[in-house]
Ligand binder design. Structure first.
Ligand code: ZN
Length: 326
């Protein structure tokens, strides 16, 4: 009896509109004071962090993490700055993955991986920040565990009640068995739209030009048009569709108050991008010559990189500013 009514209640929660909280969701001034992660969820925050950590360890076992200090420090700095201007309630761990795929993915609990392909394909810090802000939004709104909870609801609905050890028992069992990561990476259309909206607000609040997010999407689309198939893997978990671009443009017009100046890019971004390009280039040359050759050469001071790059940090760190068109 109690279980049956809990099921009805939970199904009602899935279908329920966001209601009053959706107004706050449209107001960037409310960032941090609105519970964007609210919704049916079988996972406590602690359980969510533990689950994300477990999956992150698997990712790090399979993937190659870029350990160049200049690159990882920069990407972490850009990310943490966005996190501070977001609704996220968990600390973030941000790492750069050596992968040509133009993508980034954040696991539940704030374990965030940014592909080298994304950094190399972005033409400004704002473009990179736009994709990162979208990912941070998925974590802030707890999309991974909420989606997993929905999936479990659907499963539960079809499981004979006799096999069930209660809600908590079921969630623990699922977490222990490690769910298919795709459940946590490929989100429903509604969650993608929400992440677009929240991500644009986080960009804006951090001081970036939110239109960079749309520009990047459009650039990727036109690349795909010119060379069909070459970009097939791009944003496989977040395909940049025409409707998403339209919605994002609408959000920018409606929600974001005019701001005189935005950060478009920084000299740090340019430095990191060329440093990364050199690193990737040198590695592929090395691979051709001798597969056993080490991919990175460590200098006596422990830094990785060529000698011409004295510090990797430009003393002139002032961001490039773009005046907003009237
Ligand atoms: Zn997404």
């Amino acid at each position: 009896m109690a279980l049956a009514s809990a099921l009805v209640l939970a199904l009602a929660l899935i279908a329920a509109p966001a209601g009053a909280s959706s107004n706050k969701k449209l107001d960037p001034d409310q960032i941090g004071n609105r519970d964007v992660g609210k919704g049916l969820n079988f996972y406590s925050i602690e359980k969510e962090i533990a689950l994300g950590k477990q999956m992150a360890q698997e990712v790090e076992r399979d993937a190659k993490i870029i350990d160049d200090p200049v690159i990882s420090e920069y990407v972490n700095r850009v990310g943490q700055n966005l996190v501070r201007n977001s609704d996220a309630k968990v600390p973030f761990t941000i790492k750069v993955v050596d992968s040509d795929e133009v993508n980034a993915f954040a696991l539940p609990g704030g374990f965030f991986f940014v592909n080298t392909g994304l950094i190399l394909r972005a033409s400004s810090e704002a473009e990179l920040a736009g994709v990162m802000a979208h990912e941070i939004a998925h974590v802030a709104a707890r999309h991974g565990t909420r989606q997993a909870s929905r999936g479990q609801m659907m499963n539960i609905a079809s499981i004979p009640l006799i096999f069930m050890g209660g809600w908590a028992g079921y969630a623990v069992q699922q977490a222990a068995g490690l769910l298919v990561p795709m459940t946590f990476l490929k989100f429903s259309r509604g969650f993608e739209e929400e992440a677009d909206l929240l991500g644009l607000e986080y960009m804006y609040k951090t001081g970036y030009d939110p239109t960079a997010f749309v520009d990047f999407f459009e650039k990727l689309q036109s690349l795909e048009k010119r060379k069909p198939g070459t970009m097939a893997s791009v944003f496989s978990t977040h395909p940049p569709t025409a409707s998403r671009i339209r919605d994002a443009q609408k959000h920018i017009q409606e929600l974001v108050k005019p701001q005189a100046e935005y950060i478009v890019t920084t000299s740090d971004f340019d430095n990191v991008k060329s440093r990364l390009a050199r690193l990737v280039n040198r590695r592929s040359l090395g691979d051709q010559k001798d597969a056993n050759r080490p991919t990175l050469r460590r200098r006596p001071d422990g830094k990785i990189g060529d000698e011409s790059d004295k510090s990797g940090v430009d003393p002139d760190e002032r961001p490039t500013l773009k005046r907003r068109p009237e």
